[in-house]
Design a protein around this ligand. Structure first.
Ligand code: CS2
Ligand code: MN
Length: 356
């Protein structure tokens, strides 16, 4: 495996690459041009600049998370073809500059959803929290207000203000939209970009839906073993692959993660490994990466990866806010310390399993 760490870019992330470099085993930066809207072109010059900046800090820039998919592609509107052409152009510019994997999602309207960003845990740290009953009882506009208030002025991926102004319009567009319809539009998109991916050797890795069940009546595609199997079989190129996010999939206790990893291993290009603690009422809290702290079998996952000699990329995912970070301008889920501890824990599990 190759250990990586997500970074929000120069001037946009309070954490520096010099800090990240000090985490043992981390060689790769998971990056993006965070000021780009969905549908905008990533020019070769912009890509080169970002890649050079990362490489000049002694790190590699092989993984991008995410080039967001324009809503018209998910909705299957006639304008989608132009957006797909732009997407392909961005892929070319990335492929030419050494990028190998793109993590992206195909969730309607929202990226990940939580009801609290700084939920107090019993050890005095804080973490992201999902209150199921609350989500089921509020409307999307109220959710937007919660996220805006809780994010302390930092833009969260997938929650860009430009996107949120259009919430009402978007919900109207998705009225009566089924899972099958969304799957059909995914199929159209993936078939259209596969030749470019193959030519430029750049693997697509779809991120599971978070949470892995429908909210506000929106369709879901990448939330269960059966649905992921369908996605991967729509186009069987290895370039149509998966980001296996244990925290997202693990929020549904019906998902047997080790089993899923075993089935999809040849198509998994990127692992997000993190723990969550799921409660009986369906609420879940993010916790440390340690296996005993939540309901995800983290050691089982790492043992499986080691057994299969996983050669893809791994990153710790969301962390708690610890060591006083809560009082700083930390980006929810993306502080330095708990993710650094997570990276070390995962590396430790791997090394033990490998007998190193
Ligand atoms: C990430 C997602 O922070 C997170 O939860 O895992 O925002 C992820 O980047 C996207 O869903 C992938 O496009
Ligand atoms: Mn993830």
């Amino acid at each position: 495996m190759k250990m990586s760490f997500r970074w929000y870019g120069q001037g946009n992330d309070p954490i520096s690459l010099d800090d990240i470099r000090q985490i043992p085993g981390v060689e790769e930066i998971v990056w993006a041009l965070h000021d780009k809207q969905a549908g905008e072109l990533w020019t070769e010059q912009e890509v080169q600049k970002a890649v050079h900046y990362i490489e000049n800090h002694g790190l590699k820039a092989t993984i991008v998370e995410s080039i967001n998919i324009h809503e018209d592609i998910k909705l299957g509107l006639p304008t989608r073809d132009a957006y797909i052409e732009t997407y392909k152009e961005s892929l070319k510019n990335l492929g030419k500059n050494g990028v190998k994997v793109i993590c992206y999602n195909f969730m309607p309207i929202f990226d990940w959803t939580r009801t609290e960003m700084f939920h107090p845990l019993s050890d005095g740290s804080t973490a992201l929290f999902f209150d199921k009953e609350k989500i089921m009882s509020i409307d999307p506009q109220e959710l937007v207000e919660i996220v805006e208030k809780e994010s302390r002025g930092l833009t969260l991926p997938g929650w860009e203000p430009e996107r949120l102004i259009k919430i009402k319009e978007l919900f109207d567009a998705y009225q009566g939209f089924t899972d099958d319809k969304l799957r059909e539009n995914f199929n159209y998109f993936i078939d259209a970009i596969m030749p470019t991916c193959e030519e430029y050797d750049i693997k697509m890795a779809i991120h599971p839906d978070d949470p892995p069940f429908s909210i506000f009546g929106l369709p879901r595609l990448a939330n269960s073993q059966e649905n992921i199997r369908k996605l991967l079989s729509l186009n069987t190129s290895v370039y149509n692959g998966l980001t296996f996010c244990t925290g997202s999939l693990g929020a549904d206790l019906n998902n047997n993660l080790v089993d899923m990893l075993d089935e999809f291993k040849d198509r998994v290009h990127f692992m997000h490994v993190r723990n969550v603690k799921v409660y009986d009422n369906g609420d879940f809290s993010e916790v440390s990466h340690r296996t005993q702290d939540g309901t995800v079998d983290i050691t089982g996952i790492m043992r499986t990866l080691a057994r299969m000699n996983f050669e893809g990329y791994v990153r710790p995912d969301h962390g708690r806010h610890v060591f006083g970070e809560n009082e700083t301008n930390v980006r929810p889920g993306y502080g330095l310390y708990d993710r650094a501890m997570g990276a070390m824990y995962l590396t430790g599990c791997w090394d033990m399993a490998k007998g190193l």
